[in-house]
Design a protein around this ligand. Structure first.
Ligand code: ATP
Ligand code: MG
Length: 334
């Protein structure tokens, strides 16, 4: 079990409203990712669900039960933070068992759960080490282990991987996805990382200033962003947004076209410009094209084999059927 329903939830700190009335349903077993600019309220929402903050109004129901009267420890939710705060003087085994010892579980049950979590997280060989003798990724797994042993109805992750280096992040991202596949427990995951959001989520919630801009599967948001904000926020590198005469040709105030939907060539195309910075990733190359007369630099994705030099004059052809149109209010035109 682990359905979480937020109904007309608000949160203010003094005079400042951080979350205006917000409705959101997270289904049992779903992997939901919260994304949005810094300060938009992602951590606040997570803390409200966890019960670490009280809602100012509205209600949060966990498996149908109104949660206001349930203290955080009894909500059956486990939170994993960016800074994993392990006890340095305790072994991995004791760190993982800590919440169970606090809850007064008997020793045999503690051992059983710790061994099981360690096996799921590939920590079995490290149970007798101290946190100082582990890598960053292993430490983060211990923190997750401490959450798993509680057998929560839902896991709440607040940017759990942002202290790790790039390679470890990729590894841990896969491990958390596998963990979700195995446990099938509801997970809410806050991240700044586009790739994490796109690859891990069943459902992405895009927030801005406490408002939900859009909720949907990663591909729904990618293919059909409902407004300019979501269009510009989801996807890396960003969708190109073009205003003015070019947009007017499409009966829109703004048009959007993703870098992979523009073809770059040495001659013949709808737009022309000069190559600025090129980013060679091996498999792909991103060209940042200037002097197109379209406003900002236009970013184009090409095959890694394609080579143009800085200053080359090139032509661009957008795929017409991939152009997104937005009105003066920034809303998508169907
Ligand atoms: N205890 C508090 N008192 C007053 N304001 C707060 C408090 N906690 C958070 N805020 C404010 O609420 C807003 C949302 O903060 P929150 O931490 O939820 O953002 P976030 O989306 O998690 O940002 P980030 O991506 O930087 O972690 C911010 O403007 C923040 O300053
Ligand atoms: Mg935060």
């Amino acid at each position: 079990m682990g359905q979480i329903v937020l109904q007309q939830v608000t949160k203010s700190f003094g005079e400042v409203t951080v979350i205006p009335p917000l409705d959101l349903t997270i289904e049992d077993g779903e992997f939901t990712v919260f994304v949005g600019p810094s300060g938009c309220g992602k951590s606040t929402l997570l803390r409200l669900i966890a019960g670490l903050e009280d809602v100012s109004s509205g209600e949060i129901r966990i498996d149908g039960k109104e949660s206001a009267s349930i203290p955080p420890a009894k909500r059956g939710l486990a939170m994993v933070f960016q800074s994993y705060a392990l006890y340095p003087h305790m072994s991995v085994r004791k760190n993982i068992a800590f919440p169970l010892r606090m809850a007064g579980l008997d020793r045999a049950e503690q051992d059983r759960r710790v061994e099981q979590a360690a096996s799921v997280l590939n920590l079995t060989d490290y149970l007798d080490r101290r946190p100082g003798q582990l890598s960053g990724g292993q430490r983060q797994r211990v923190a997750i282990g401490r959450a798993i042993v509680r057998e929560p109805a839902a896991f709440l992750f607040d940017e759990p991987l942002s202290n790790l280096d790039a390679a470890l992040r990729v590894g841990m991202r896969l491990e958390i996805s596998e963990l979700h596949n195995r446990l099938k427990t509801t997970m809410i995951y806050v991240t700044h990382d586009q790739v994490e959001a796109m690859t891990m989520a069943d459902k992405i919630v895009v927030l801005r200033a406490g408002f939900i801009e859009q909720v949907g599967s990663p591909l729904e948001l990618y293919k059909n962003p409902r407004n300019l904000f979501v269009a510009g926020f989801i996807g890396s590198p960003k969708m190109n947004l073009i205003e003015g005469a070019e947009a007017a040709k499409h009966n829109a105030t703004t048009i959007g076209i993703r870098p992979e939907h523009i073809h770059i060539s040495a001659e013949g195309g709808a737009w022309s410009g000069t190559v600025g910075v090129s980013e060679h990733l091996g498999s792909d190359t991103f060209f940042h094209v200037q002097d197109t007369g379209l406003g900002d630099t236009v970013t184009v994705r090409a095959d890694g084999e394609v080579s143009f030099r800085h200053g080359d004059r090139i032509f661009l052809t957008p795929r017409d059927e991939m152009i997104h149109r937005f009105d003066a209010q920034g809303l998508r035109i169907a």
